[in-house]
Design a protein around this ligand. Sequence first.
Ligand SMILES: NC(=O)c1ccc[n+]([C@@H]2O[C@H](COP(=O)([O-])OP(=O)(O)OC[C@H]3O[C@@H](n4cnc5c(N)ncnc54)[C@H](O)[C@@H]3O)[C@@H](O)[C@H]2O)c1
Length: 408
Amino acid sequence: MSRVPELAALDGSLVEDRALAAAGEGVLAWTRVNMPLLAGLRAEFESERPLEGRRIGMCLHVEAKTAVLVEVLRAGGGEVVLTGSPRTTDDRVAAMLTRDERVRVYARKADTIDDHYEHVERVLTSMPDLLLDNGADLIAATVAAPGSRVLAATEETTSGRHRLLGELASRIPFPVIVINDSPIKLRFENEHGIGPAVVDGFLRSTNSLVAAKTFAVVGFGSCGRSLARTLRALGASVIVVERDPVRALEAAFEGMRVTTIDRAAELVDVLITVTGRPAALTTEVMTSLRDGVVLANVGHFSTEIDVAGLEQLAVSRHEIREDVTAFVLANGRTVYLLAGGEMLNLAAASGHQIQIMDLGFALQAHSLRALALDPDVFAAGYNPVPPEIDRAVAEAALKTLSTVDLSR
Ligand SMILES: NC(=O)c1ccc[n+]([C@@H]2O[C@H](COP(=O)([O-])OP(=O)(O)OC[C@H]3O[C@@H](n4cnc5c(N)ncnc54)[C@H](O)[C@@H]3O)[C@@H](O)[C@H]2O)c1
């Protein structure tokens, strides 16, 4: 087994500007007080120290809620080596996190996809014991390289789950708890968090009205359903594009119009992809888009819209406003792409609501603790969140809500 480097011997953190740390602390103050579940877990972790001596390699959007989770892991005795995703880093928070000498951060808002993969390598070079992943980039790179000492991992999202059960299936020698499949993540984060957060990103980037516009939501999973419902509640006309006939039927039964991507291209003012799969919007379809159409993505990887293809198709492009790029096509029509095709709610807004992430990150902290204390009780590869963790998080959450009274 390879020698484990001391944290001090690793590359220093790579962030945009350490002078932003004080601003990051300001953002965190509000976030902490709105994450009561993590506050409770922090107190438990401080007394139990379940992560003592463990190094945790993390890939999670580097923003305020993630920083509160990092504080919990540190309270549990763990060291943290963290990277994020392109365009979703809050540079103030990244700077603030570097103040802790037991934390390394490799993340800048301006990172390209190539930078991202270099950061993933940096995290793995630190020889982590545990991984906390989002999209399975760390897990895939660990499996591909010999000599890892990873004992166990968690995976946050649908896109990572697809990879664990697809290209990585049967190749992972350690247990991975998939947070995404917990009913708490699916029913609360994906079904309640996504819609309002994406609308927030749409409003901030465009300052445009939602009502009386026609939106296409491509993909009607738990995230697409939340987005479609929210847009409709704000007065939009919503068209769903969904390749699974059962889910297409669900959309129809919710009163959504359902059509193909080709037909949607001719009809809509705004088209948003949320499929978890590449090439949901291809260049063939782009040529049929109406003049002035706005495009955005919510899925984990920016490949849902073929942005490289759009660049080639365009005769010119310019940044018309922050997070809005105008592409003029050969047919004379202009298409506007939001946030470069990265996740709109994170790249152009503040991500999911704080309380939503308190739930999801409580699942993460519980799961990492369970894995750190007893990795052998879990099977190698995919594991659901243990039901006792779901119950513990739900019970703790009920106690925090003013709308719930369970007294006798
Ligand atoms: N932005 C965020 O904050 C955030 C949060 C949670 C999840 N996500 C990501 O959102 C994506 C969707 O997550 P989900 O849980 O709803 O996934 P899901 O798998 O439940 O649903 C995706 C749906 O898209 C459909 N689909 C796939 N390819 C399609 C295509 N080409 N055309 C039409 N429909 C297609 C599938 O049939 C499926 O019904 C994932 O990438 C996930 O990681 C993002």
